[in-house]
Design a protein around this ligand. Sequence first.
Ligand SMILES: NC(=O)c1ccc[n+]([C@@H]2O[C@H](COP(=O)([O-])OP(=O)(O)OC[C@H]3O[C@@H](n4cnc5c(N)ncnc54)[C@H](O)[C@@H]3O)[C@@H](O)[C@H]2O)c1
Length: 269
Amino acid sequence: MGDAIRLDGKVAVITGGAGGIGAATARLMAGRGAKLVIADIALEAATSVVAELPDAIPIHLDLEVESSIEAMITQTVAHFGRLDILHNNAALLGPDIAQADGDVENMDTALWDRTHAVNVRGTMIACRAALPHLRESRGNIVNTVSNLALQGHLIQAAYSSSKAAIIQMTRAIAASHGIQSVRSNAAAPGMTLTPALKAAFPPALRKAVEDETLRDQLGAPEDIAEAVAFLASDAARNITGQVLVADGGCASHVPGIAQFRTFFSGEHA
Ligand SMILES: NC(=O)c1ccc[n+]([C@@H]2O[C@H](COP(=O)([O-])OP(=O)(O)OC[C@H]3O[C@@H](n4cnc5c(N)ncnc54)[C@H](O)[C@@H]3O)[C@@H](O)[C@H]2O)c1
């Protein structure tokens, strides 16, 4: 492993680090030498993740509350003396939320507002609070978005719109702060087999995503962690304002590839 990909001495805040992709990223970053703040609304689960890590603290965070987000950054700097990486990974998720978040014609205004409050407003406030410290450390931001932010779908219009807004915020920050050596990038997972998703996602729809994936398997949380840790590291020093899509190639091709695969394999058999 090249030295540039290491994170020795860096202080990273991971929002939504209590489980799934955030916890996998915390483990990977800790293994590369980072000190971590695991910030989550689920404090007990965040505390369990922290117990596995050599140098980390849990912080209770509610992304719907401005003062809670600002306190996360203040407490980080008070504890570790600096901030190098802000990884905005938390999002409003869960089976009930996903179920209610359909197309625009049937959209519930309260759900739309809450999704954008947690995902977009929350991320903006975290970035705003972190930027003075990132300027000092010549640090960076990595926002978790989604391949749903890049393509239209029947489902999750509020969620996908919020993730698209985060992509544009990522670029705006890169443009404003690049000259101060602050980078800002996004990682876009496709369907990623977290425990929560494995439990809740309908098998027939999972098969549809598998069919459109170019690898022979869906991504794991550790796969997204690799993309995030790379973007956060000095190895990515010339990369800013970008979206790194880590979806096994799902969003990279013309849809219907499974049928084409079957057709051509039949023809050449
Ligand atoms: N798993 C996937 O297939 C997938 C695909 C594309 C994008 N993503 C994105 O990856 C990120 C991580 O998702 P995950 O799949 O690991 O899910 P997850 O549910 O394990 O993680 C989300 C975390 O955010 C926290 N959270 C929710 N609301 C919060 C709030 N108001 N304040 C603070 N914390 C809050 C939750 O407690 C949870 O720990 C999300 O941004 C998600 O949109 C996931």
